[in-house]
Write a protein that binds this ligand. Structure first.
Ligand SMILES: [Zn+2]
Length: 367
């Protein structure tokens, strides 16, 4: 159930100033550890990611049986999901200040791209981190059209938000949800009436010039992705183009589903904040309580999610490289316990259940 906190967290008896000082010290401790081993780790992640693309595409193209084809598609899904998650950290600038870091890991110089291009990222994702779980401010709030709190006005289309969520995660349109921000910022904000969108708007002007700029940013990431997976590689398959197109589409669905699980589900069902935090301590509490982690134990899945399952630590300090996030997690969780700050870490099943329960509850106007 959604709790609500108005930002006035200091009026209870928790010593949140002391909490903030301890969190600051924890961040400094792990910042001082950032170095070449972080670069080695992300290189290994990209290595898995790049190789799984090559092997996956070859298997899809040359497979003679459904099992090899499915293996190819799974490997390609690994590549797609992992690339998006890794680029999230690179775009945040997590590796920018490490001496002699290869330019492909530096946010402003990277040649890697993902479905969400850097300029668009800078507009909406940075804003999401500043205003997490604040209705009408957070661009991720409601992911465009969803309603997951009483703060969002109810419309009849919310009655269909649960099947809509299923369709945009595991159904025929799987993967689209992962791109909500791309569509929202590059398209919906300009064409869907303001009142219908639950998320915070992030353009002040909605004129033709702003739309052109935003659309160009959207296509900078999305264009090559669509062309590569749904046009160029199928065309290279010659008469086997349907097999390639289907394999790439399946990979896109699988990657989108997992991406949804470890990113989109991180804030739904968590407490809602009506006001801007009044202090650093309140900001920490909002970031931690408004976010949830996924329990991911296996090393291969940790590499795949590239730290995206560790969203609480990411929200506390968004420039931490991947492996520092789960390294500091036990200490942050202990601090939260000490000061009575809610720290949510749940399995995929628990998280999914909570998300759908919340969406079902707010499908109806009475909530
Ligand atoms: Zn982020």
């Amino acid at each position: 159930m959604n709790g609500k906190r108005n930002g006035a967290v200091s009026d209870d008896h928790r010593d949140l100033e002391a909490f903030a000082r301890e969190v600051d010290a924890l961040i400094e401790k792990y910042k001082s550890k950032i170095g070449h081993e972080d670069v080695d780790f992300i290189e290994r992640c990209f290595d898995y990611c790049d190789k799984s693309e090559i092997v996956g595409r070859l298997l899809i193209h040359f497979s003679l049986d459904p099992f090899t084809w499915l293996l190819g598609s799974t490997l390609l899904a690994y590549h797609m999901g992992s690339r998006g998650a890794l680029m999230h950290m690179v775009h945040h600038g997590a590796y920018d200040n490490i001496p002699n870091v290869p330019s492909r890991f530096v946010s402003e110089k990277t040649k890697y791209n993902s479905a969400i291009a850097r300029p668009l990222w800078k507009v909406f994702h940075v804003r999401h981190h500043a205003y997490s779980n604040q209705p009408e401010k957070d661009p991720d709030w409601g992911y465009g059209l969803l309603r997951w709190s009483g703060e969002t006005k109810w419309y009849p289309f919310h009655l269909f938000q649960v099947p809509g969520m299923v369709l945009t995660t595991i159904g025929p349109f799987g993967g689209i949800m992962g791109w909500y921000a791309v569509f929202q910022s590059g398209f919906m904000e300009f064409f869907v009436p303001k009142g219908l969108i639950s998320a915070g708007r992030f353009y002040d002007k909605h004129d033709w010039e702003t739309f052109k700029k935003s659309f160009a940013w959207m296509m900078e990431g999305l264009g090559p992705y669509l062309a590569k997976n749904f046009l160029i590689y199928p065309a290279l398959g010659g008469i086997f183009w349907p097999k390639v197109l289907l394999g790439n589409t399946l990979a896109h669905f699988m990657a989108g589903t997992v991406a949804w699980l470890h990113t989109v589900s991180a804030h739904i069902g968590q407490p809602v904040f009506e006001k801007k935090p009044g202090s650093r301590a309140e900001w920490y509490v909002q970031q931690i309580e408004g976010t949830a982690n996924l329990k991911v134990e296996s090393e291969i899945m940790r590499i795949f999610t590239a730290g995206n399952h560790q969203q609480i630590e990411h929200h506390v300090y968004s420039k931490f490289p991947v492996s520092r996030l789960w390294e500091m997690a036990p200490e942050l969780e202990a601090l939260c316990k000490k000061y009575g700050v809610r720290y949510t870490s749940e399995s995929w099943a628990q998280r999914t259940k909570k998300v759908f329960k919340t969406l079902l509850k707010y499908s109806f106007p009475v909530s």
